[in-house]
Design a protein around this ligand. Sequence first.
Ligand code: AVJ
Length: 328
Amino acid sequence: ISPRYSRQVVEERDAHADLLADFRAGMLEPPRSLPPKYFYDARGSQLFDAICDTPEYYPTRLEADLLERHAEAILEASGARTLFELGSGTSRKTEYLLAALEARVSAPHYVANDVCGEILDEAGARLLQRFDQMRVDSLCGDYAAALTHLADVSGAQADGPRLFAFLGSSLGNFEDAEAAALLRRIRDTMNPEDRLLLGLDRVKPRPVLEAAYNDAAGVTAAFNLNLLSVLNTELGADFDPEGFEHRAPFVEDLSRIEMHLVSRRQQTVRVSEPEAVLEIAEGEVIRTEISRKFSREAIDRLLTAAGLEHAAQWSAPEEWYSLFLLRP
Ligand code: AVJ
C-alpha cells in the first residue's frame, strides 16, 4: 500500500498444518474441542469486529475507554518508541495508544500481529492515512510465530524501548499453564527497558457475562458457527451449521465463559483431510473457546509464574476490566 507499510507471513509451520494437528488432537472423539485461533478467517474477523459493536459485549468498550483516558500516561510510563501488538485485529482501540506515541516521537513504529492477513492490511491502510509519519509492519501468524520473529530481528533493530500490547483479554483464551507459558515467552522476548500492557477481563455478575457472549442479534452465535465453515473449507468437511446450536455458559468453578457448539441431533460428519468420519450424538458439545474472567489472585499467580512485575494499573469502575503495565 505504501513504502511505510510491510506485511510478512511469520507462521513457522503453515496454518493449515496447525489446524490438521489440532483437529486430530481435539475433534476425533468426545469430549471434542478446538483452539479458538481458527475462528479468525476474513469472515470470522469481521464477525468479531461486529461483536465488539453489540450492546452486550462490554469488554471492548471498557478497554477502549481506559485506553482513551490513559494513553498518554501509559506511553509516558513505558517510555516507548515502538508499539508491538499481539492479536491486533482492526487496531481500532490501539489508535489511542498510537496517537499518544505519535505525540512523543517523530518517527513512530507500529508492529501489528494477527492471524488474519486481510484485517492487518485494512488496518494498515487506515493507520497510514491517519498517522502520516508512522511506519507500520504487519506480522501475519499466531502469537508464537510473531514472538519468534521479533526475537530474531530485535537485536539488529534498535527500536526500543518498546511497548508490547496484549489487549482485549485475549490471554483469557488460555488455560493457566498455557497462559503462563505465553506470558513467559513474551517476557523472554522483551528487553529490560521494554514494557507489556496487558488487558484482562475481570469477574463480574453472571448475567452480564452471559449476555456478552450471547447477544440478542445473534452475532456471537454466527461467529461461533462460522468455525464450522472454516473446517468445511480447510479440511473438506461437511459440517451442517444448522445442525448445531450456539451456547455460552459461565462456568463459575473455572471462572470462565465456555463457547460451545451443541449438536441438535445425532449426526455423521465426513472429513477428507484428515480422513475421518465423526459420529456426533444429540446434545454433544464441541468446545470452541474458553474466555477466562480473572480474579486478582489468578492474575498475581500468572504474573509470578511468568516473572513479570507490576509497574502500573488502570481499572474500569468496580474493577470490571483492567489494564496492567508490566516489566520483565
Ligand atoms: C478476543 C478472545 C478476547 O474471549 O471475549 C468474543 C473472543 N468470543 N465473543 C473473548 C470472543 C466470543 C474474545 N477474545
